[in-house]
Design a protein around this ligand. Structure first.
Ligand SMILES: N[C@@H](CCC(=O)N[C@@H](CS)C(=O)NCC(=O)O)C(=O)O
Length: 319
């Protein structure tokens, strides 16, 4: 079993501490179950039956008011999102089966693949989502099934394109990394619960054109997701070319744009030959990126002060 780096806490203490609230069919919980097993961390399994509505019990909503599993309780820390839990476990147990490759480029691809599953596939198959479709759109089981099927297909076309130059035995090579923790349960669910023919969903194998220019941000002026990245780029003081994609005119579905992001969402950040199409993945990469020292405008003079925190201007603009 993995022990906490730097201290001598006993196995029995840790065993008591970690509790995982989970449901056996939950793909999000599976990500964490795989991670805990790979890390060799023992935990107490607490079953939450989503079909019986146990996620809305007072006991559970104290832990996660939104009523989703997984929840990981580690002493007095309560974490209720699989992505956050995985990043936490990675930092807490860095030496036991690392989930993130050292190489920044490969790491970024892992973040992106994980978040395509997390935000562009899984939410459309959630019990709460399907219930809402049933109530507001149609109670026809085929209509209900069409949603997870559609978004699974779209998402996996994007994933195939993203991973085609990286895949080995696993998503980004011959080691199991973060992307695999998201992909394995999602593929299982697609086949087993949503009747998606995964064998026929392969994307094309065409090489993308050469994308050798500097940073380019594909964005829409009203997109909150794009604003996250614009704020980050400004805070980092990174220059970029702004490429407008008018979502209302459907430009996100143009052949040019879907080559970058087949799922048709902004933002997309192009950094040389790296194409990142998820704001969370982009932010994680930007915050790890070494940035050249800021230009001399930050040193003195009141008129120059606003340049020190360009992101703040951006935030007030958003508000
Ligand atoms: N972003 C969250 C999503 C969690 C989530 O959607 N969990 C689903 C199971 S995979 C759930 O608890 N659904 C309960 C419901 O829909 O009522 C995560 O990654 O942990």
């Amino acid at each position: 079993m993995a022990s906490e780096s730097g201290d001598n806490k006993k196995e029995s203490e840790l065993k008591l501490k970690l509790k995982l609230y989970s449901y056996w069919k939950s793909t999000c919980s599976f990500r964490v179950l795989i991670a805990l097993n790979l890390k060799g961390v023992k935990y107490e399994y607490k079953a939450v039956n989503l079909l019986k509505g146990e996620q809305f019990s007072p006991e559970f909503t104290k832990l996660n008011p939104i009523g989703y599993v997984p929840v990981l309780v580690d002493g007095d820390l309560v974490l209720s999102d699989s992505f956050a839990i995985l990043l936490y476990l990675e930092e807490k147990y860095p030496h036991h089966h690392p989930f993130l490759p050292q190489d920044l480029h490969k790491k970024a691809i892992n973040f992106q693949a994980a978040n395509i599953v997390s935000s562009s596939i899984q939410p459309f198959q959630n019990i709460a989502t399907l219930k809402c479709i049933e109530e507001k759109i149609s109670s026809d089981p085929d209509v209900k099934l069409a949603w997870p099927q559609h978004y699974t297909k779209e998402g996996f076309v994007a994933l195939e394109r993203l991973l085609k130059d990286y895949a080995g035995r696993f998503a980004t090579g011959d080691e199991v990394y973060l992307a695999d923790l998201f992909l394995a349960p999602q593929i299982h669910a697609a086949i087993k619960w949503f009747n998606v023919d995964m064998a026929s969903e392969s994307g094309d194998n065409k090489k993308e054109g050469e994308l050798k220019l500097k940073l380019k941000l594909y964005s829409y002026w009203k997109s909150t997701c794009s604003f996250r990245v614009r704020i980050a780029l400004n805070l980092k003081g990174l220059k970029y070319e702004y490429k407008a994609v008018d979502l209302l005119k459907g430009e996100q579905f143009s052949p040019e744009f879907t080559k970058l992001n087949p799922i048709g969402f902004v933002p997309v950040l192009v950094d040389g030959d790296l194409v990142l199409s998820d704001s969370f993945a982009i932010l994680l990469v930007l915050f790890r990126r070494k940035v050249p020292p800021p230009p001399s405008i930050v040193t003195s003079g009141s008129s120059q002060k606003s340049h020190q925190f360009p992101g703040i201007n951006c935030i007030s603009y958003c508000l």
